[in-house]
Design a binder for this molecule. Structure first.
Ligand code: PNS
Length: 160
């Protein structure tokens, strides 16, 4: 049976930390769906379509990875796609409380749902979309932390 993993998130924007996890998940699962949360209530820097267009060329090299949107509950999207597991990155202790809640609530809503945590590579431990946005907003750049299309998109957004 085909093993499918869903990697949900805001990806606002995608970073090298996310890509690292996608690459490793793609090596373990038959198929991986990068699922962008389509939530108009959550304020984002990039629109859903912009995020999808940014991610698409980055995952082209992985034949078993695709990008999609989801809204509503993650467990419902997992059921709809018949996914076997949800992938999340766990960077540091600071992530634990939030991820613990998310995984446990999802388990309560859908007992068969498994959450699998990937530790990022050491160089990506402190990397987050929020930090990246803050640095670019104030005129800095983190070229080693984001793919070049994201570096360009952030500079354009903040008119550097
Ligand atoms: O990248 P993020 O913002 O940390 O991702 C969070 C995400 C999208 C995984 C989470 O907010 C989510 O799954 N939202 C969908 C709504 C849902 O299912 N909530 C129940 C769990 S509390």
């Amino acid at each position: 049976m085909k093993k499918l993993a869903v990697y949900p998130g805001s990806f606002d924007p995608i970073t090298n930390g996310h890509l690292d996890i996608i690459e490793r998940a793609a090596a373990l699962f038959d198929e991986v769906i990068v699922a962008i949360l389509n939530n108009s209530a959550k304020k984002s820097l990039f629109t859903n379509e912009e995020r999808k267009a940014q991610i698409a060329p980055l995952i082209k090299k992985f034949k078993n990875v695709k990008v999609d949107f989801f809204d509503g509950l993650l467990v419902d999207y997992m059921k709809k796609t018949k996914a076997n597991a949800c992938i999340r990155g766990l960077r540091a202790v600071t992530d634990l409380e939030y991820e613990f809640t998310l995984a446990n609530i999802n388990k309560k809503l859908s007992p068969k749902m498994e959450t699998i945590f990937f530790m990022p590579s050491e160089k990506n431990t402190y990397l987050s979309s929020s930090v990246v946005k803050e640095v670019y907003q104030f005129g800095g750049e983190l070229k080693d932390c984001v793919p070049s299309n994201i570096d360009k998109a952030l500079k354009k957004k903040f008119k550097k």
